[in-house]
Design a protein around this ligand. Structure first.
Ligand SMILES: [Zn+2]
Length: 352
């Protein structure tokens, strides 16, 4: 039996609050099945967390769950990048992390104001880096160039990180790069850290374990943003994580109904679930030691949250046992990148 601390996910889409009664306990179930006790919920729920009223509505649901849900405030109203939210009001409510995740804050003038104001408030910007997100959101990474698919070049990520790092340098804003996907981006983050900038970064389990040769074009099971990239990029992400350039493994858990995923790659929604599978597939890959996984999934995420004023403590313990089986999602949303993945460990049912 392996006894380890519970995990903390810095990138979860709870989907609620919404207008369609999303089954909120499915988030709890996926988290507990995967050994997570805390998640950081992105602001791009159907009802966007861009006002205190919406924040309070989200928290009224969060309270019902047997996991701790930390909240992020949107950077811009309705995530459309045109009007900034009132950061002060959010900080008064204990929310110091701001992100338009799902979208990037593109406008240079608004970005400058956001980086400046959030630095003054000792908050942080968590950025989803996709330059064409508002104008021409894409489908897949090169070298795929089928005419019906829009390619997402690594420069979409790189150019946003580069622009943002200049603002971090200017205002010393605490900055976190969400779901890094390319070697070029890792090199940029490495330089920023060497220059002493207050920067952290995360990578997802699917970007660590899969590359763009794995994609089945008949369905959307591996369609997500950022897209899976080359083997060279995957290796750079693994090395970057082991070397401390990337701090955290975060799932980007994004439940989608099967009608929007079990269709052609082009038409599929972007995103995969990840809470339930993350640890078992990462452990089973033998790419990382148990100590490394605890650092990337428990200790470092907790330290980031605590440093930003969130009440995070991974004091819960989970028990795991060796097994020889395949991963099957138990919670309702099954759009996993790892269904039927060969695994060597499973969680004991009675979590503490
Ligand atoms: Zn994102």
């Amino acid at each position: 039996m392996i006894e380890i601390p519970s995990f903390i996910d810095l990138h979860t889409h709870t989907r609620y609050p919404d207008k369609n009664n999303f089954p909120i306990f499915e988030i709890e179930k996926a988290a507990l099945n995967g050994g997570y006790s805390e998640v950081l919920a992105m602001a791009n729920s159907e009802i966007t967390i861009d006002s205190i009223e919406n924040l309070k509505l989200a928290r009224s649901f969060d309270k019902k769950l047997n996991i701790l849900v930390h909240r992020v405030g949107a950077l811009s109203k309705n995530l459309d990048g045109k009007e900034l939210v009132n950061f002060n009001e959010f900080v008064d409510e204990g929310v110091t992390i701001f992100s338009d995740d799902g979208k990037t804050l593109i406008d240079d003038d608004l970005s400058e104001i956001a980086f400046k104001e959030i630095a003054k408030l000792n908050g942080a910007i968590f950025q989803h880096c996709e330059k064409n997100c508002h104008t021409n959101p894409g489908d897949i990474a090169p070298p795929y160039n089928a005419s019906e698919l829009i390619t997402i070049h690594e420069n979409e990520e790189f150019e946003i990180i580069k622009r943002d790092l200049d603002l971090v340098d200017k205002y010393k804003t605490r900055y976190h790069v969400q779901h890094v996907s390319s070697k070029k981006s890792v090199e940029l983050i490495k330089d920023a850290k060497e220059n002493g900038l207050p920067v952290t970064a995360e990578v997802t389990p699917h970007h660590l374990l899969k590359n763009n040769l794995d994609i089945n074009m008949n369905n959307g099971s591996l369609k997500m943003y950022p897209p899976l990239r080359s083997e060279e990029d995957r290796q750079a992400l693994i090395t970057g994580l082991k070397n401390g350039i990337i701090d955290v493994i975060a799932t980007d858990h994004a439940p989608h109904p099967k009608e929007t995923k079990e269709i052609s790659f082009k038409k599929s929604a972007r995103g995969v679930v990840g809470l339930e599978s993350a640890f078992v597939v990462l452990f089973s890959s033998n790419l990382f030691s148990l100590e490394e996984l605890i650092r990337f999934m428990s200790i470092n995420p907790m330290n980031i949250l605590v440093s930003l004023g969130y009440a995070s403590s991974n004091t819960k313990i989970n028990n795991w046992t060796k097994s020889n089986s395949t991963f099957i999602t138990k919670s309702f949303y099954k759009n996993s990148a790892f269904e039927n993945f060969q695994v060597s460990i499973q969680k004991e049912i009675n979590h503490v």
